[in-house]
Design a binder for this molecule. Structure first.
Ligand code: DAT
Length: 177
């Protein structure tokens, strides 16, 4: 059955910014000692793009080059990967996938603050409504490893970090005995 609220999946190059991935990912890295990789930043720094989408006013990610760029690091392990999409990553890279979900009214305000144009704003909100990213995650990974997390308020962030920290500790225990 369907899980109730929270965090999800993927679309090629839009969707769903503003749910709190970066905030969560960085804080988690600090507390856990894992490495943090922001795919958006990586692409910008290496100009890993393949054209420009005029309609959505954003560069188009060169997914193959992103995967090549990350491969060595991912093989070593211990990496938190922050991106709104997940279908183009090799399945073997991840032990667990979290999809953050934010209520539309809350999300709208966050994206407005970022100065998104009307079309981009609408598309992104639409994407959230239809749970596009969560569906994508479910199609790309074993459904047992895909989890939704609610990310409306600071308290949610704290809860999510605590939950994920517990999972990491358990995983380390299970794999070091
Ligand atoms: P993303 O990386 O998904 O684009 P972000 O981490 O940059 O999102 O967060 C977008 C904004 O929302 C930023 O101002 C921090 C804020 N935020 C993130 N998580 C939140 C939460 N659980 N409650 C309230 N605000 C949050």
């Amino acid at each position: 059955g369907r899980h109730p609220p929270p965090f999800a999946g993927r679309l090629p190059h839009l969707c769903t910014p503003g749910v709190g991935k970066t905030t969560l990912g960085k804080e988690l890295a600090t507390r856990s000692g894992l490495k943090y990789v922001n795919v958006g930043d990586l692409a910008r720094e290496g100009q890993l793009y393949d054209g420009y989408d005029e309609e959505y006013d954003c560069p188009i990610l060169d997914e193959d080059r992103v995967v090549d760029e990350l491969e060595n690091q991912m093989r070593e392990g211990g990496v938190i990967v922050d991106y709104h999409g997940c279908d183009f990553f090799p399945e073997r890279w991840f032990h667990i996938v979290f999809v953050l979900r934010t209520d539309n009214s809350v999300l709208y305000k966050r994206l407005e603050t970022r100065g998104y144009n009307e079309k981009k704003l609408k598309e992104n909100i639409q994407c959230e409504i239809f749970q596009v990213l969560y569906e994508e995650a479910l199609e790309s990974y074993e459904k047992e490893i895909v989890h939704q997390l609610l990310s409306n308020e600071p308290e949610d962030l704290e809860n999510n970090i605590n939950e994920i920290m517990k999972w990491i500790e358990q995983w380390v225990k299970d794999h070091n005995s």
